[in-house]
Design a protein around this ligand. Structure first.
Ligand code: ADP
Ligand code: ASP
Ligand code: MG
Length: 405
């Protein structure tokens, strides 16, 4: 008998029929004698709708209230799932994040899980209940409801799996595993049998939303193997594990696309010590993560300072940047959200020259202009105009021979 955590994403619980389909999967595992903890997302589209409503109510919705609102999506699905299971004759009960003792920090809309008290979950399992927990949410030490950032139910599931010392953590989604790139963009994408935590961390941080990055961080830290698979078929999925020799022979193992960033430029900034900290300290204090940063030197002791942030933070970042621009006498602040970041990832890159050259040539051959570039030891990212985003992914997938692994 094992203890199994199963997480089902938005599409998998998108309507009552699908909830019923998932319920059958859950009871199949339960009937085999296993203890089952289920973590659910909101029905697909619901979180987006709630956010849209918030923006109708307020120009810049208060983040604490946004969390109260967004967390309702998962409240609906856990209750519906528990009722469905009960109707089928099974003992099931739902728990909201706070009821499952999921304690987070106080960073509204992108809180981090600090601890999970597993006692209540374990007591319910001992009573032979199927425990259905709301993903994406927790409670901070002051008692405020928090959410974990978009896609955060993956993190709830892995953190719960670590807390209850589960034997396995299965992430059920609408694709049957982790692919070399998003299979919805490139029909030549290949399913990977296994992928290492480190490569999955890069893929997730660069836009492969199949797993939220923090879930992979948790899995690596607590050594939780994740099985990513489909809730619509019985195929074996992809194992995300500690190491994977198969992948390391590839120079590039995955391509990602991220359309969630916006670019801000402070024009004609004085080229003096301390200016960068004047811009980036208040952004950090507001909890805004900055991704790429580029400074172009102009003549006359001035520079243009360009950086990217998540689109959801763009308005707030703009307000802060405009305030700073006045203080430091920069000319103006420009914002563009029609950008996309395409990245190539692979641990094999460490030992191979020419990856950047191949990437730039492939983009140039399609006349795709590169606006920003950033690199790390195992990846290269380029910001391009978003109208070329999907084309760029397909072109790079082919250029790095991923079409025919
Ligand atoms: P869920 O609602 O189940 O959490 P998500 O929409 O968050 O599902 O994540 C699954 C989606 O991730 C897939 O539908 C797919 O389009 C996308 N995706 C992006 N990159 C990849 C990849 N490399 N492999 C598999 N899926 C990917
Ligand atoms: N419902 C949340 C979202 O759409 C969390 C999740 O699905 O993982 O981002
Ligand atoms: Mg998701």
């Amino acid at each position: 008998m094992a203890l199994i955590v199963q997480k089902y994403g938005g599409t998998s619980v998108g309507n009552i029929e699908r909830i019923r389909n998932v319920a059958h999967r859950i009871v199949k595992t339960y009937d085999q004698g296993h203890d089952v903890v289920v973590v659910l997302s909101a029905m697909s589209g619901v979180t987006d709708n709630l956010i849209a409503l918030a923006h109708q109510a307020s120009k810049m919705p208060d983040k604490r209230e946004l969390d109260v609102l967004m967390s309702t999506g998962e409240q609906t699905t856990i209750a519906l799932m528990a009722m469905t299971l009960q109707d089928m004759g099974y003992p099931a009960a739902s728990l909201l994040g706070f009821q499952a003792d999921i304690i987070t920090d106080s960073m509204s809309t992108k809180a981090r899980i600090m601890s999970i008290g597993a006692e209540r979950i374990k007591t319910m399992l001992a009573e032979k209940k199927i425990v259905i927990i709301a993903g994406f949410q927790g409670i901070d030490p002051e008692g405020n409801i928090t959410t974990l950032g978009r896609g955060g139910s993956d993190t709830s599931a892995v953190a719960i799996a670590a807390a209850v010392k589960a034997d396995s953590c299965e992430i059920y989604t609408d694709v049957d595993g982790v692919y070399t790139t998003d299979p919805r963009i490139c029909d030549k994408a290949r399913k990977l049998k296994t992928i290492s935590y480190d490569e999955m961390l890069e893929m997730a941080s660069l836009g492969a939303k199949v797993l939220q990055i923090r879930s992979v961080g948790f899995a690596k830290k607590y050594n939780v193997p994740i099985h990513v698979r489909s809730s619509f078929n019985e195929e074996e999925g992809t194992m995300v594990v500690g190491e994977d020799s198969g992948m390391e022979e590839l120079v590039v193992s995955g391509i990602t696309l991220d359309k969630n960033e916006a670019r801000l430029t402070l024009k004609k900034v004085p080229d003096q010590p301390g200016i960068a900290s004047k811009v980036f300290v208040p952004l950090a204090e507001a909890g805004i993560q900055v991704d790429m940063i580029i400074q172009n030197t102009r003549s006359g002791g001035q520079t243009d300072l360009t950086f990217t942030v998540n689109k959801t933070d763009a308005k707030q970042a703009m307000v802060i940047a405009e305030k700073v621009a006045k203080e430091i006498e920069a000319e103006e602040v420009l914002v563009a959200d029609d950008i996309a970041k395409v990245s190539v990832i692979g641990v094999g890159m460490k030992n191979h020259a020419g990856v950047a050259a191949t990437m730039f040539s492939a983009l140039a051959a399609e006349n795709i202009n590169i606006r920003l570039i950033s690199t790390s030891e195992i990846r290269i990212s380029c910001v391009i105009d978003d109208r070329y985003a999907e084309l760029a992914v397909r072109v790079l997938h082919q250029a790095f021979n991923l079409d025919k692994i």
